[in-house]
Every structure is written in structure tokens, then in C-alpha cells.
Design a protein around this ligand. Sequence first.
Ligand code: NAD
Ligand code: UGA
Length: 464
Amino acid sequence: MRKITNICCIGAGYVGGPTMAVVAKQCPDIKVTIVDLNEARIAAWNDPDVNNIPVYEPGLSEVVAEARGRNLFFSTDVDQAIAEAEMVFISVNTPTKTYGSGKGMGADLKWIELCARQIARVSTSDKIIVEKSTLPVRTAEAVRDILHNTGSGVKFQVLSNPEFLAEGTAVEDLLSPDRVLIGGDDSEEGQEAIAALVDVYANWIPRERILTTNVWSSELSKLVANAFLAQRISSINAISELCEKTEANINEVSRAIGTDSRIGPKFLKASVGFGGSCFQKDILNLVYISRSFGLQEVADYWEQVIIMNNHQRKRFALNIVKSLYNTVSGKKIAFLGWAFKKDTNDTRESAAIYVADELLNEQAFIQVYDPKVQTEQIYHDLEYLETRSVESNRNGVSVYQDPYEACDGAHAIAVLTEWDEFKNYDWQKIYAKMLKPAKIFDGRNVLDHKALREIGFQVNGIGV
Ligand code: NAD
Ligand code: UGA
């Protein structure tokens, strides 16, 4: 079996960066080069101050500090890194298509295809190509088609090795995953390629946690895993609305059902709605694929997960309006949190964006504080929606570096991200500086509602 000594990863984003940094840390004998077209991103990964790397993840700077310059390299020379590697991971973005057929539903695979063509063009030695990005089932067919028709005589094997890390716990998830999934061909060469990749992971992951399947099962399992996780959130969020009508408490319901070992306690936390770059994109993709095979009921079933999530976000925003006497025009609403979850600076598809959009439509002024998200990112997220002019977004939203200033003079506070620090604020001090009645809308059920009510706040949670 071929022992891998040189790996290239195309894409230095939230997946490529942490994943390959951990591979380099755990496999000092393998040279790992992460490449990207984005020069600023690569420069940030190479920043002498390791705290300036472009992805914030607990423990990641330490991993990068250990391996960078030893056997971990970041570069914009994509051709050279591909040419030298025995194994090439493709970890580029696969967003929802924004044009043409499949617009708003299917995955845009143009970056995947560009990678395949680039690999085909520059390779002069045999290589194992690993799909790390999340892809529609049967994408490997297209990748193979491009790679097997170069006429160069170079041989390629295509594997699927989807990533299951969650942001905020990426390093922990990579060091100790529930499982690693590798899909490959049934042929002898396919099995050899699988064995070579298993061997890389076996440097730190017990073999029984490394699952191998055919390529299509692996590609599809990634979409299905995300669909199942998101489905649990939409299910509990649906029940949260019913709780609000019946005086049942969603936290108690979650605990009551989650202690059934067949259901389990994880992913039953009611919220303002799930965000992140993947759940929505991957479910839309699943829906699109099902529909393209004529499986209408299957498509409709999974689409409901998205419909419920959109409803939960909108319902949260409208509840703020309703509770502020049916108008927020000219009122200040403080947002605590903008990231899509705690411990990350990632804001993609964050519920905060959609709640802000809804409140800006109602002419509210929004004062945002998030411990890790940069000011320009917040404006960029709103501009991306194209709901109103750039100027209107900037007039309607102010960003603060201090949570107390963000809440100063506000009519209401909305908690959009479950950052731990929110629990430890001096809520008495915040209360003193707000307009009365001072309202809190806890979109994550993270604050101590009883203590807040004792201070004088009017508190609304989710499903409580
Ligand atoms: P990202 O946008 O953070 O990073 C992708 C990077 O690829 C970008 O820096 C981009 O410049 C680069 N790129 C695109 N085309 C390129 C090319 N031809 N050559 C060189 N570089 C190129 O995306 P991400 O969050 O890292 O996600 C990547 C994939 O992993 C997606 O398919 C996603 O669904 C999947 N995934 C993401 C997560 C997550 O937590 N973010 C988890 C599991 C799986
Ligand atoms: C998710 C999956 O958990 C990963 O396994 C997967 O690899 C990744 O998507 C991906 O493919 O991108 P991630 O989106 O980083 O990871 O974070 P999660 O912890 O899954 O949270 C997603 C969203 O759901 C967040 O907005 C979070 O606040 C919300 N959530 C999560 C809830 O509202 N309730 C819960 O009980 C759990």
C-alpha cells in the first residue's frame, strides 16, 4: 500500500484550515500544504502572530503554532502544491446556486469542477483525490469524468471523505471524532486508495471509528447527517411555539423526551432558529436531488425543516414588534450576539441577520455587540440580502465593542447567540440604563430569567 507523505488541500476555509492543521499536527511525517486563491486569507494563515489566523476556533492557534513551518504550509501556489502531492483534498465552498437552473436549491459545483480541471491540468504523477467538501450524491462521477479524460496517462482515484466537524468545537471534533467516513471504489485500486487514507487517520483515530463505504453512500450520508441534525432542531422549535400557547416549558419537554435513550439529549435545544453555512444549503440540496428524481413526497418532507426554521426566525422578530406595542419604528433594539453559534466568528446564515432584516423593515435601530464578529462583516451580511440600500443598513445598525454601550438607551435586548459571557453581565447595571419597561427576548434561553425578572426586566424566552 502507498504510504502518503505529501498532502495538498485546496481551500483554506473553515474546513480546510482546521482539518489539515490537525492532520499536520498528528502526522509530523506528512507534509501538508493548504492552498487557496484568496491571497488575504493565506496571508492571514501565515501571520507571524498566530492569534490573527482567519478562523477563530478554540485551540486552533495552538495547533497551527505547533505544525506551521514544520510540516504545515499555507500557499497561493495551487499548481505547485497539487503537482507535488500524492493525495489532494478538495475543500472548497459548495454554496447554494444563485442563478440558472436549480437557483436557490441545488449546490453550485463550479469551484469543484475548477479544482478537478486544475488537478487534471497540472498532474504528472498518480494521485488520490479526496472530496472533503459536502457534495450532492454522485458528484464523484463528474470529478472522475474530468480526471479520467486527460490523455496524460496519470491515474486518479476519487474518494469521498466528508467532514462532520461543528464550528466552535472543530479542534475537539477533529482530534476525537465519533467517526471518520471514507467512501471509495470497489475495485482493487479503489480499495488501495481507501487504505491509504485510513492509514493517515489511523495515526490518531481508532480503526473501529473509521467507516468505509462505497462513494455514493459516503456522499449521501453527509447530506443526511446534516438533515437529521437540523430536523431535530426544527422539531423542537415547532414544539416551542406550542409550549408558548399551553404553559408547557420547552426546556422541560426537551429533558423529558431526551432522556429516552432512543431519542437522546443532543440537538434538542430550542432556539431562534439554526444558522451556519451548511444546514440550510445541504437540506435544500437534498430536496433538490429528491425532486430531480421525481420523489415529491421525500422532497416535501425535508423541505418542511427549512420552512419551520424560517418561521421560527420570523416569529421571534414579530414577537419583539408585538410586545413593543406593535411598533418598533425609531426604537432601539440591542442585539447580543451576531455569530450563528457561540465560539465562532462565522456569521453565515445566522438567525441574527434575518431577525435584523425583519426589524429594519419595521424601522427599528439595531445596536449590535458580538465578542468575535467584526463590524464590516455585520454590514456585509445585511448587504448580501439586498433588502435595502447599503446606506439604509448603515443608518439602521450600529456596532459596539462593549455590550453595556450596545444596551444603553435600548427599549429591548434580543439575545441571538448563546455566548457564555452574556450570563455573567451586570444585568442590574444594564437595566438601569434601558428605557422602561425593559424587555429581553432570549432567543437562546441562556439567561437566568428568574433573576432578570427580579431585577425588573420583562423576559420572553423561546417556548418558556
Ligand atoms: P469556505 O468558504 O470557508 O472556504 C472555502 C475556500 O475555498 C475559500 O477560501 C475559497 O477562496 C477557496 N477556493 C474556492 N475555489 C478555489 C479554487 N479553485 N482554488 C483554490 N481555492 C479555492 O468554506 P468552508 O466552510 O470551509 O466549507 C467548505 C466545504 O466544506 C463546503 O462544501 C461545506 O459544505 C463543507 N463543510 C463545512 C463545514 C463548516 O463547518 N463550515 C463543516 C463540514 C463540511
Ligand atoms: C453542523 C453539524 O453539527 C456538523 O456535524 C457538520 O459538519 C456541519 O454542520 C457542516 O456540515 O457544516 P455547525 O453548523 O458548525 O455544524 O454547528 P451546529 O452545532 O450543528 O449548530 C448549527 C446551528 O444549529 C447553530 O445555529 C446552533 O445554534 C443551532 N442549534 C444547534 C440549535 O438551535 N439547537 C441545538 O440543539 C443545536
